[in-house]
Design a binder for this molecule. Structure first.
Ligand code: ATP
Ligand code: MG
Length: 332
């Protein structure tokens, strides 16, 4: 069966709508036809300063949201990245195969380090994409469900897999990004030209799945649109309205064209009200399911331990092969 791998950061606790529509929803859809590996990427989370108690708490919050979204631990491996040491171990090898200039071209690093200032940005933030390369390759993944912002990192993964294979002999599967066009990039509600982001969006710009539903409704109603009056999908001229159309359509399952028709001649206020309703109807049961999983941390931890064991079965084999290929003396 094809293999699928993806991960999500526990930095903010709650996932936002972009995480869900761009990535997590695809995790759920892909778990049946694939051997699927999904993780909470705590190693990635410490590339920016973290509070230890918060990180620990948010790791469980993240795992519980993945379960609430529909991941089934019997049909996929659901685990915490730091529980599988092979990620960090393979990352070192990948670091040594990556050119400094090549890593310097990663736009996410450029964006994030520009925000932090190059003196406070860590080397970990710089090598983050290379850890991600190891995350993917250690499972021999065929497909990586992610949002558009991760395309460049998956491209780097392909390059490094091919480089390793040509230097040391065929070892790694060359993966492909699995990106669903309609929801590949959900935009910030206050600045619909930039992606909704855990670390960069303002509170009013981001819809968190765990926000009180009334707050979500308020945020939608104050989303930035334009001075026009037409509810029409046009990303260039009407980025705010287009973003709301994409969100409504993805959650409600109503085609965008049908929404345009429904709101022809009506005001933005009417439209926003319905987007808010659609979201409230979605997050309310999601939050109930979240609480069921989150309120039983012992069971949650057992689920994660089971997932890590499943993941290590695969990761340890790949790591041993890669270590052998690069010329490490096998331990007795
Ligand atoms: P940060 O901005 O701090 O990197 P993030 O919001 O990007 O946080 P991640 O945990 O890094 O969250 O990303 C998890 C998954 O969600 C990734 O697959 C990413 O591509 C996807 N994703 C993130 N933001 C969006 C978005 N606005 N639209 C669609 N997909 C997104
Ligand atoms: Mg991100």
């Amino acid at each position: 069966r094809p293999r699928v791998l993806s991960g999500i950061q526990p930095t903010a606790g709650s996932f936002h709508l972009g995480n869900y529509l761009g990535a997590v929803r695809q995790y759920v859809a892909l778990q049946d036809a694939n051997d699927a590996f999904y993780m909470v990427v705590d190693l990635h989370a410490i590339t920016v300063p973290q509070d230890p108690a918060e990180l620990r708490a948010n790791t469980r919050v993240s795992a519980a949201q993945l379960l609430a979204a529909g991941l089934d631990p019997d049909r996929c491996a659901l685990f915490v990245q730091s529980h599988v040491p092979e990620h960090a171990q393979l990352a070192w090898v990948m670091n040594c195969l990556t050119g400094f200039g090549e890593a310097s071209r990663m736009t996410q690093f450029k964006d994030k380090s520009a925000k932090q200032g190059s003196d406070s940005a860590s080397v970990g933030l710089f090598t983050y994409p290379i850890l991600q390369v190891a995350d993917i390759l250690v499972y021999q993944a065929n497909a990586v469900p992610v949002g558009e912002d991760q395309r460049q990192h998956v491209e780097l993964t392909r390059d490094l897999a091919q480089r390793f294979n040509s230097r040391f002999g065929d070892t790694f599967t060359v993966p492909e990004a699995y990106i669903v066009k309609e929801t590949a990039k959900i935009y910030d509600l206050q600045d619909p030209t930039v992606k909704m982001s855990k670390s960069a969006s303002s509170p009013k710009g981001i819809v968190n799945l765990l926000d009180p539903p009334s707050q979500t409704a308020k945020k939608i109603k104050s989303a930035v649109t334009d001075t026009g009056t037409e509810v029409r999908f046009d990303e260039k001229e009407k980025p705010g309205v287009s973003n709301l159309l994409a969100i409504h359509s993805a959650i409600s399952g109503t085609p965008v064209a049908e929404l345009e028709e429904r709101f022809a001649g009506r005001m933005y206020g009417d439209f926003k009200k319905e987007v808010a309703e659609v979201l409230v109807d979605f997050v309310t049961p999601f939050q109930q399911r979240f609480h069921e999983f989150h309120d039983d941390p012992a069971e949650l931890d057992r689920t994660l331990a089971k997932g890590a064991a499943k993941a290590r079965e695969v990761a340890s084999v790949t790591l041993a092969t890669a270590y052998d290929k690069v010329g490490f003396l096998p331990p007795l």
